[in-house]
Design a protein around this ligand. Structure first.
Ligand code: FES
Length: 304
């Protein structure tokens, strides 16, 4: 089947799939679909001048799934099933619809459904080259319930937590599978304010980060640049509701222009970290790219 023919079916298929997805990966799937929208892949494919395309949309970082295929979903519990899903994607049967293909890629393992959906979307956007990589996900022995109870928690985790002497405190977790990937935060702070005090060398692994400026890439801290967008994986109830200014800016950046964004949500899954105030701990996903792709910007480019 030509997956491009299924582009209009994704929303209804995900709606049907979500009740079967374990809660540990439900928001993870909705966040991932918004971090890697078809819109970006389509715009990139339609534009022959890549350098000019990136300049116009102010794109920075790894915005194409082809560069990220094996790692874009490391924040899923079901990331552990990626190798099996890839093997199934290599020999998809004829005659199945999109939902059937997702079920086929998950095989008998129901927990693999969300990562199977990710696999089909990655195949659609990146083509089959990634299927040949030898990438092996790291295994984490915790159960989905243990993942969920640690998500958005104030408690330090694992051996690192014990050895470092870290105490229970409000924290923003950046990678749930790595016990040292968090920074403390105070109630009433914006997420980027807490992040700035984390002086580890994030600029060495993400070229968008500045030295001593923390793990979340920022270019303004005032809602102007769109660099600091994040997914709120856990602890959304600990975030202050979005205000009109953030809504306007998100519309300009285009991060909410997709079928998986809940326009009525007080606390959406995708936020600007510099505009998000927390009252408790939260778990976030930092996308590896940023840009300005709102409809108004797209229209202007088409008119040129
Ligand atoms: S840092 Fe510029 S919008 Fe948040």
């Amino acid at each position: 089947m030509n997956l491009a023919n299924c582009d209009s079916q994704w929303r209804s298929v995900i709606e049907r799939l979500l009740p079967e997805v374990h809660p540990v990966d439900r928001d993870a799937l909705l966040i991932w679909l918004q971090l890697y929208p078809l819109k970006v892949a389509r715009l990139a494919a339609a534009d022959a001048n890549r350098a000019e395309f990136e300049r116009y949309y102010q794109l920075r970082g790894r915005y194409l799934l082809a560069e990220n295929a094996d790692t874009s979903h490391q924040f899923f519990y079901s990331h552990r099933y990626w190798a099996a899903v890839k093997a199934a994607l290599g020999s998809l049967p004829e005659g199945l619809d999109l939902l059937g293909l997702i079920r086929h890629a998950a095989g008998a393992e129901k927990m693999a459904l969300p990562i199977a959906a990710v696999g089909l979307m990655t195949l659609r956007q990146a083509g089959p080259a990634f299927l040949a990589s030898g990438y092996q996900p790291k295994l984490d022995g915790r159960t989905p319930e243990q993942f969920l109870s640690a998500r958005g928690s104030d408690q330090p985790r694992g051996l690192w937590g014990k050895l470092s002497g870290a105490k229970a405190a409000l924290r923003i977790t950046m990678a749930e599978d790595q016990p040292d990937r968090w920074f403390p935060i105070l109630t009433g702070q914006h997420i980027t304010t807490g992040a700035e005090l984390d002086k580890r060398p994030y600029h060495e692994s993400d070229e968008r980060c500045y030295k001593d400026m923390g793990p979340i890439p920022v270019d303004c801290r005032a809602g102007s640049c769109g660099t600091c967008w994040v997914g709120i994986l856990g602890g959304r109830e600990n975030t202050e509701p979005v205000i009109e200014f953030e809504r306007k800016r998100m519309n300009y950046f285009g991060y909410w222009e997709n079928e998986f964004h809940d326009a009525g949500a007080e606390r959406p899954l995708i936020r600007l970290a510099c505009q998000t105030i927390v009252r408790g701990s939260a778990s976030i996903v930092i996308p590896p790219w940023n840009g300005v792709l709102g409809e108004s910007r797209q229209k202007r480019r088409e008119e040129v």
